[in-house]
Design a protein around this ligand. Sequence first.
Ligand code: PRP
Ligand code: ZN
Ligand code: MG
Length: 210
Amino acid sequence: MLRLAIQKSGRLSDDSLNLIRECGISFISSSLKLKTECTNFPLEILFLRDDDIPGYVADGVADIGIVGENVLVEEGKQSLTVEKLGFSKCRLSLAVPKSAEYNSIADLNGKNIATSYPNLLQAYLDEQGVQANIHTISGSVEIAPSIGLAEAICDIVSSGSTLISNGLKEVERVFKSEAALIASEQLSDEKQQILEKLLFRIHAVQRARK
Ligand code: PRP
Ligand code: ZN
Ligand code: MG
């Protein structure tokens, strides 16, 4: 039995579950259960917070996982990547209030920026030669400017509707991301074989989607 970790609720959840279903793998899912065994394939699915998935896979608590590259790179765990999956595409962007005057990245010098991605943001600011104060918060980042915590935010943008609802405009793109399949570095031979069967099906699904 192979243990797969996917996001419990969020941008990646539906796309991840759809991929598994399109692979012909059946399971009963309920929003209250955090674990389910597939009925026709030796796979157990764990529903976790996306941020926790790379750590669980690195520790071998889960054997494989589906997670955004944004989380993977932020946590320095890119080496777990098996392959990119081509869905749940998004970007990590800087945004400021709609009414704020913004001409270039230099406008962020000396400003406070709220984010859940301090490492990716710091690397980008360094590269751009900008010095700002990064405030790391774990969620609801988009609210930071309106409560006076920061003048700008750096967060994931997909459709852009979260930014619009919070009166923000996207001003810089920091990082491009999509879903990736990751795997523990110490899989047993048995688990490795199940992973190969799963990958075979994933590739068939990807070919059919094209
Ligand atoms: C991101 C981000 C916003 C949302 C933006 O969250 O934090 O909440 O997606 O999407 P939109 O542009 O389509 O409105 P994510 O799904 O990465 O999960 P998390 O913040 O709950 O970890
Ligand atoms: Zn998250
Ligand atoms: Mg979010």
